[in-house]
Design a protein around this ligand. Structure first.
Ligand code: G1P
Length: 297
């Protein structure tokens, strides 16, 4: 029987330089889409997929993240006194059970593979998920839950995948497809950030993974890869030769690249319009904005 996936690693050590000056004093993962920080979307998705233990790989300057998931007794008692039940309920989703959350520091920015490896001692011989909070995925069934369902059928190592245009393949891990079975593809190769014109396909890895413990072992010995960093892609690719058990999963949903300004803005608009309490006012505003030149230009 395949082991259940109950632990997820969230690599959140990045400096977020693309969002300076905002990220000078707040972690990128605390930046909000409407009224929830990016990290909350990732946590909600993990919970929906049955994850019980949350491992954050952080770095200096990320203490706001730890506070965010802590209880806030003063705020809670104020809200209780004022009878603000809705807000108390909202706060509940930010609280973690004692012992359910762990923070590990990545002391040097040596790449995604290294960040994941930093969590090795918190895992035993079990499969684990990795969620990159920059990739926000709006979906009826949350993306990781879709993957857990597919994983329970085929096991192995599974990465979320999505087609990207030719001029974007250089920014992703790209899959070399062996067999295309529709939502699942088997993989005969993986390349991290291939140079323009050399990508084996247009199928890109998106930031959701379910990985076998063997990938953690591989991370012990991978060499520096693309961009001079230790790449998770390379450690997963080793499993193709060793066990031929790497799969891409085309998820159902819309992915936003919240690591880029354009993607973050797109997500803000999409999530704003999806909210019952904002839709009407926001849609009217957008319609006006499209029809007349605006003062912000
Ligand atoms: C990381 C991974 C890459 C993947 C991407 C998805 O790259 O290394 O394989 O395609 O996330 O967002 P990064 O965006 O951190 O450079």
């Amino acid at each position: 029987m395949k082991k259940r996936v109950t632990k997820a690693i969230f690599p959140v050590a990045g400096l977020g330089t693309r969002f300076l000056p905002a990220t000078k004093s707040i972690p990128k993962e605390i930046m909000t889409l409407v009224d929830r920080p990016l990290i909350q979307y990732a946590i909600d998705e993990a919970r929906a997929a049955g994850i019980k233990e949350f491992i954050f790989v952080t770095s200096r300057g990320k203490s706001a993240l730890e506070d965010y998931f802590d209880h806030s007794p003063e705020l809670e008692s104020q809200l209780r006194k004022k009878g603000k039940k809705d807000l108390l309920e909202t706060l509940k989703s930010t609280n973690m059970d004692s012992g359910a959350i762990a923070y590990i520091r990545q002391h040097k920015a040596l790449g995604l593979g290294h960040a994941v490896w930093c969590a090795r001692r918190l895992l035993s011989n079990e499969p684990f998920a990795v969620i990159l909070p920059d990739d926000v995925i709006a979906a009826e069934t949350p993306c990781l839950q879709q993957m857990v369902e597919a994983y329970s059928e085929i096991g192995g190592n599974m990465v979320a995948a999505m087609e990207v245009p030719d001029n974007k393949t250089h920014a992703y891990g790209i899959l070399d497809v062996k067999e295309d079975m529709g939502s699942v593809v088997s993989v005969k190769g993986m390349v991290e950030k291939p140079a323009a014109g050399t990508a084996p396909s247009n199928l890109a890895v998106i930031g959701r993974y379910i990985l076998s413990p063997q990938v953690m072992v591989n991370l012990n010995r991978i060499k520096t890869g693309a961009g001079g960093e230790l790449q998770l892609t390379d450690a997963i690719a080793q499993e193709i030769a060793a066990h031929d058990n790497v799969y891409g999963f085309r998820f159902r949903g819309q992915r936003f690249d919240c690591g880029s300004k354009a993607g973050f803005l797109q997500a803000t608009v999409a999530f704003g319009m999806a909210r019952d309490d904002l839709r009407e006012e926001f849609t009217d505003f957008l319609a006006d904005l499209m029809s007349v030149p605006n003062a912000a230009q």
